[in-house]
Every structure is written in structure tokens, then in C-alpha cells.
Design a protein around this ligand. Structure first.
Ligand SMILES: Cc1ncc(COP(=O)(O)O)c(C=O)c1O
Length: 330
């Protein structure tokens, strides 16, 4: 019913299939309410994510190894002991801002996971905004396990997980096959959810709509880049398909740690008249909300939908431009 469910189930399958317990995830990642991924690696120490409710283990390193995205040497080192069941990753990181894979990174990830008998789970829940085939299709990736959720049923609660032929055959041959305790729930795969997925894939997440959405998202990206350039801001703008966001750093970070920590000094604004200091992000969200634009609650992130119009995109751009004008004018 949710991508969190799908990821949890996928990790259970990966553990049983490989006979290994540990999971590898990337710093700054988010895969839903999945305990194995709700931790942070701070300078080599793995701790439960701040605010985590009811952690199942005090020391998350008994179930998780966590390294940085885009670091091939760290990946090799982490998988070499051959005790990791599965690497869970987004194909492009999205939850600490957009972090794109460096050239060759996905090839290395696939090669090294195979070398050490570790399964590769691609969680496409957010990055499906890349196009009708997601980043997995765009980049021709070859995961063992694949998860999608969120808008896969057009807003109706549903998610999907798929396995390679080899794992599917193993699941079907597992004895007794009908007793897979701890997997799914009564409503998993219910008829309405499946109908929702079919409807969304046929009528919303199709090539025609994505052509429209990506065209407008490109307009948004170029418009934001022009605002940044004109005001000489140390910000960057990034896009995956129909998702566009800007962040308060001179260039895109390479991994989760950079994204989590580097932005902090930039994400502050002084409202001298009022004697206030606070996060720039909050100001931007409030400024937009007061002008009829609701940004998603995380990051300066906007998704172009099938019904979004050019006028709406231009309205958003002029609102951001007006805000930046106000902030940069003495
Ligand atoms: C990449 C990714 N996977 C999974 C999830 C979990 O989705 P849900 O909250 O619908 O279970 C999220 C939620 O933000 C996500 O970003």
C-alpha cells in the first residue's frame, strides 16, 4: 500500500534470499518508515536518525552499514566482507536535494554488488518523475529488486515491488510457498489499488503527459537559473524530469553529508529591520504561500503535473524573482 511497505518487504526477501542480515544504505537517504535506513553516519559513527520513534536497536550498525553516495572505493570496502544482503538506493538521490550519480557510478554499483553477492534494490519512488520509465529506464539500470510508490496510483495508496526472474522463481519455489509470514498485509494488492495503478500508468504517467511536464519543468529550471545569475546568488538549480528545485549552495553536492551540512551557513536570512534571523527556506515557503503558491514542505522543490500551465510556471518564477529582489535590495 505504500513505498515504505514495499521497501520493508523487499529487504526481508533480500535477507532470506542471501542468508545475510546487513543492509547498506547511503547517508542522507530516505526510503520511508524503514528502520534499517533511518540512521545517519556522522564522521564514521552510525546513529539512529534524530527523532526516530522507538528505534528497534540502540546500535543501528548491527543491521545497517551506511556510506556516502558516489563513493566507489567506500562501496567496495563496505561490501567486501560479503555480509551485506542488499544495497538500497534511489537511482538519483532526492531526499537531501537532488544528487545525481557521477558518470560510471551506476555501472560500478552494479558490478561491485554482483561481485560480492549483494542484491541491488532501486527505489524509484521519487525519481519516477524522470519520465514514464523512471531513471531506471532512462539509464538502462538492471536492479535485482525495484520499488515504486507514491504517485504510481495517481494519489491512491499503492506501491509496487518487483524482483528479478531468479528471485521470483525462488520465491515461488519456497516451501511452503503460501506461508510467507511477515510479508504484506490483508489489503496489499487490493483491486482498487491495482485499478489505480493501471489508470495512472495509462492516463497520467504516459509519454504525452511527460513531454508536457518536462517541457514546462525545463522552462522553470531555466527561469530559476536566470534569477540566480541575475542576482549573482550562490545557489544552484537542479532538475530530474518534471521535478525542479534550487538550493542554497554554489554547486550541487556530491553526497548526503555535503548536502546535509554544507548548506547550513547559506540557509539563513537576516531581516535587519525586524531584527530577526531564520532559515531562508522557511521565508521562501511563507512568501510563496502568501502569494498562493504552496511549495512542497521539503526543499525549494516543485513538481510540474499534467495540468500545470505555462502561466503557473511563470507566476512561480516571478514570485521567486520578486522575493530575491526584496532580499538583495538594500
Ligand atoms: C525514495 C523514497 N522511498 C520511499 C518513500 C516512502 O514513501 P511512503 O511515505 O509513501 O511510504 C519515500 C518517502 O518520501 C521516498 O522518498
Amino acid at each position: 500500500m505504500t513505498a515504505s511497505d514495499a521497501n520493508r518487504m523487499a529487504l526481508k526477501v533480500a535477507r532470506e534470499y542471501t542468508g545475510r542480515r546487513l543492509i547498506l544504505a547511503f547517508n542522507g537517504t530516505y526510503h520511508g518508515s524503514v528502520d534499517e535506513t533511518l540512521c545517519v553516519n556522522i564522521l564514521g559513527y552510525l546513529i539512529n536518525a534524530p527523532g526516530l520513534m522507538g528505534p528497534i536497536v540502540e546500535d543501528p550498525s548491527v543491521m545497517t552499514r551506511m556510506i556516502e553516495f558516489n563513493d566507489v572505493a567506500a562501496l567496495e570496502e563496505a561490501l567486501a566482507p560479503e555480509d551485506i544482503a542488499c544495497v538500497i538506493t534511489e537511482p538519483v538521490m532526492t531526499n537531501v536535494g537532488i544528487i545525481k550519480p557521477e558518470p560510471g557510478y551506476h555501472d560500478a554499483l552494479r558490478e561491485i554488488t554482483r561481485k560480492y553477492g549483494t542484491l541491488l534494490l532501486i527505489d524509484e519512488t521519487h525519481s519516477m518523475c524522470a519520465g514514464p520509465r523512471g531513471v531506471t529506464g532512462e539509464m538502462d539500470l538492471d536492479p535485482d529488486i525495484f520499488v515504486v510508490g507514491k504517485f504510481i496510483a495517481g494519489g491512491y495508496p499503492a506501491a509496487a515491488l518487483g524482483f528479478s526472474r531468479e528471485i521470483s522463481d525462488w520465491m515461488a519455489s519456497r516451501q511452503p510457498w503460501h506461508v510467507f509470514f511477515g510479508f504484506g498485509g490483508t489489503l496489499s494488492g487490493n483491486a482498487t489499488a491495482v485499478a489505480g495503478i493501471r489508470a495512472a500508468l495509462e492516463h497520467a504517467l504516459n509519454d504525452e503527459n511527460f513531454d508536457h511536464m518536462i517541457k514546462l519543468a525545463t522552462r522553470m529550471e531555466e527561469g530559476l537559473a536566470a534569477v540566480i545569475k541575475e542576482h549573482e546568488l550562490e545557489w544552484y538549480v537542479e532538475r530530474i524530469g518534471c521535478r525542479v528545485e534550487f538550493r542554497f549552495l554554489p554547486q550541487a553536492p556530491k553526497n548526503g553529508s555535503e548536502a546535509l551540512f554544507a548548506e547550513v551557513p547559506y540557509n539563513t536570512v537576516d531581516l535587519i529591520e525586524e531584527g530577526l534571523t531564520g532559515p531562508l527556506e522557511v521565508l521562501i515557503h511563507l512568501y510563496c504561500a502568501n502569494r498562493g503558491i504552496l511549495l512542497t514542505p521539503v526543499h525549494e522543490m516543485a513538481l510540474v503535473g499534467p495540468t500545470t500551465t505555462e502561466k503557473e510556471v511563470d507566476g512561480y518564477l516571478s514570485t521567486i524573482n520578486a522575493l530575491v529582489d526584496e532580499l538583495t535590495t538594500e
